[in-house]
Design a protein around this ligand. Structure first.
Ligand SMILES: CC(C)(COP(=O)(O)OP(=O)(O)OC[C@H]1O[C@@H](n2cnc3c(N)ncnc32)[C@H](O)[C@@H]1OP(=O)(O)O)[C@@H](O)C(=O)NCCC(=O)NCCS
Length: 279
């Protein structure tokens, strides 16, 4: 990327802008100043690497801030208001620790600045064990949010019903810093995730709750295998075959509705080809 160069015009003492000052008849009095050309610092290049354990709290805060407004979180934790973000951050700390032990947690970094996170766990690791469930309960209790338990249970049951029968890598959570969304960082994270799926020849699987996310994942070679409202919020269940794409494997139980798509007719495509062309 070329360095960003910004032109700064000096302001005159009476507030007339530097560029207009000569026209105001001041040339004789003031020293003629050439516009200063200043090279603004550029961001360090984006790197995708494993998250350092010490960065788990920062990653959890990023996920919480970026995901608090997702439609399903808003529905499940209705009424939490400003308490939702810290509550989610606590839960993500616990989740990321487990995911780091069992799978991959990828960090998108510009120098030392964390700008995105994506996690994936290998086959057999997607359902939390009893200890994890109890830990989540205590996080809810600490956050005085136990009243959401019935909705959380319905949410998790609905998602579990769609889990593919076949061995799969379960993806998520994933998010990019709110201020940096729409700049290609999520696509770079997805590319790194897809590379790992291809290396392990693994099926990728995820759940999501916005049509914009469905479009993004489609570009990575995921296809919608089911769609079902969870607590009234549309959810899409997506799978990706390694090297993209063969027939998706069925869900553990028959989904309540068949797959449909927010952009009908869009075909899954090769991750790399599409990501490359989006650059
Ligand atoms: C989804 C997310 C990780 C994508 O990362 P990103 O860096 O914004 O994505 P990119 O810039 O690489 O790609 C842009 C594409 O992402 C999708 N997208 C989803 N949410 C988006 C957002 N808030 N802003 C911009 N793009 C978004 C769109 O498909 C968009 O393409 P389009 O402009 O053609 O519609 C990020 O936007 C995010 O953190 N969103 C909130 C949390 C979330 O929904 N996480 C995913 C849960 S499954």
């Amino acid at each position: 990327m070329p360095p960003v160069i910004r032109m700064r015009m000096p302001a005159s003492s009476d507030g007339v802008s530097g560029s207009l000052a000569p026209l105001a008849g001041r040339v004789g009095r003031a020293t003629l100043q050439r516009p200063m050309v200043q090279a603004m610092p550029t961001s360090p290049p984006l790197a995708i690497r494993p998250l350092e354990p010490a960065s788990i709290p920062a990653a959890a805060r990023l996920l919480a801030a970026s995901m608090r407004d997702n439609p399903l979180h808003q529905r499940v934790f209705a009424g939490e208001g400003t308490r939702l973000e810290p509550l989610l951050a606590d839960a993500f700390i616990r989740l990321l620790r487990r995911q780091m032990r069992t799978g991959h947690v990828l960090a998108a970094c510009e120098g030392d600045v964390l700008v995105g996170v994506a996690a994936m766990v290998p086959p057999g690791q997607c359902q939390p064990d009893l200890r994890e469930k109890l830990a989540m309960l205590s996080i809810l209790a600490r956050g005085r949010a136990l009243r959401h338990l019935p909705r959380i249970a319905r949410w998790l049951r609905a998602w579990a019903r769609h889990d593919p029968e076949c061995a799969h890598w379960h993806l998520g959570p994933a998010a990019v810093d709110r201020a940096r969304q729409g700049q290609g960082i999520g696509s770079r994270l997805m590319e790194a995730v897809c590379d790992r799926l291809d290396v392990s020849q693994g099926v990728g699987y995820l759940e999501t709750d916005t049509p914009a996310n469905v479009r993004l994942y489609r570009r990575g070679g995921f296809e919608v295998v089911a769609e079902e409202p969870v607590l009234g919020v549309p959810n899409w269940f997506m799978q990706r075959q390694p090297g993209v794409c063969s027939t998706p494997c069925p869900a553990r139980t028959t989904p309540a509705s068949t797959a449909s798509s927010p952009t009908p007719g869009a075909a899954p495509q090769s991750a790399k080809r599409v990501i490359e062309s989006a650059r």
